[in-house]
Design a protein around this ligand. Structure first.
Ligand code: BDR
Ligand code: CA
Length: 313
């Protein structure tokens, strides 16, 4: 079983990713860390607790992380994720054990003890702080799978930038730099692949029929997101980015791609853009594995096979 930490900003699709991770027997989740992204970190931490509580996995600790990006002014994504970050489902807050460490302290102490993989589903502020503070711990990071960036796809919050890297471009850049220095590669699950993962009303209907309790939860958190996709992109359904990073972590056949050196732009009109040197102009050692292809059906089969519970009724 892989020991992992999930760093996230729940977030509608983060919530679905947590559900998938919690239902994946090959994952042993050491903790969840939170960061400001889709919503401010206090709200994201509450939302992570709601999902863990709903999944009856309150044994997993949640460590609150950073409230603001490394340098850039913080801009949330509540227009996409709703005023509560969970699609305006307004599930009540749950009481959850408070930790005496923050996200960075937790990660630091954990990596001092053991090798860990990290799935990053939000801006990489916590991770950048960790790698800047303790570059000596890089050897303890087994793998980092990051949902963020894009290679050939357009952006989703500027013509060229994806939200997680746009929100904290300096954080993302610091992580790619740290991996370059350590001779390691970040697995980049960018918009090229995640935009192929669409939860449609039909699939939702199927979930509701087979597992009404899970269906109701997903229906309540995704309705707002579906409306947003219809209004701004003309898509029926919603793109669920973050669960693909979890699926790829558990099954490497889920996406294919190539190794490359990647840098993240930290200023100007292309702030947050991933500059992927796929033609090797810079003759630098790859610091990333860029995923470019996936099969939406293959993902959905895995997702459904894991999150659907037998209907007792
Ligand atoms: C990413 O940004 C957030 O809105 C989603 O949760 C996902 O992590 C997609 O650009
Ligand atoms: Ca996210």
């Amino acid at each position: 079983m892989c020991r992992i930490v999930i760093d996230c900003d729940p977030g509608i699709d983060d919530s679905l990713a947590l559900m998938l991770a919690l239902a994946s027997p090959e994952l042993n989740i050491a903790g969840i860390t939170t960061v400001s992204g889709n919503v401010p970190v206090d709200m994201g931490t509450e939302n992570a607790a709601k999902v863990l509580n709903w999944m009856e996995r309150t044994d997993i600790p949640i460590y609150k992380g950073d409230a603001v990006p490394l340098k850039r002014k913080y801009i949330d994504a509540m227009d996409t994720h709703g005023r509560d970050g969970m699609g305006e489902s307004f599930y009540p807050a749950v009481s959850y054990p408070k930790q005496d460490k923050d996200a960075v302290q937790f990660l630091e102490e954990l990596l001092e003890k053991e090798k860990i993989s990290i799935i990053a589903l939000g801006p990489m502020t916590n991770l950048a702080k960790l790698f800047l503070k303790r570059p000596d711990l890089m050897g303890q990071v087994e793998e980092l799978v990051s949902m963020g960036g894009s290679f050939k796809s357009h952006g989703n919050c500027s013509p060229v930038a994806e939200y997680n890297y746009w929100c904290d471009p300096h954080g993302a850049a610091a992580c790619y730099d740290a991996f370059a220095k350590a001779g390691k590669k970040i697995h980049m699950i960018g918009l090229d692949v995640t935009r192929k993962i669409v939860l449609t009303p039909n699939i939702l209907e199927y979930i509701c029929r087979l597992d009404p309790k899970t269906g109701e939860f997903i229906r309540r958190i995704t309705g707002f997101y579906m409306d947003f996709h219809w209004e701004y992109e003309g898509i029926i359904g919603c793109v669920i980015n973050d669960p693909l990073a979890v699926a790829y972590f558990t099954d490497r056949d889920m996406c294919t791609g190539f190794d490359s050196f990647t840098a993240v732009e930290t200023e100007g009109i292309s702030i947050g853009q991933t500059v992927v040197d796929s033609m090797n102009f810079w003759k630098k050692e790859p610091n990333s594995h860029i995923l470019t292809e996936t099969d939406g059906k293959q993902f959905m089969k895995l997702f459904l096979s894991r999150i659907l519970k037998k209907n007792d009724g």
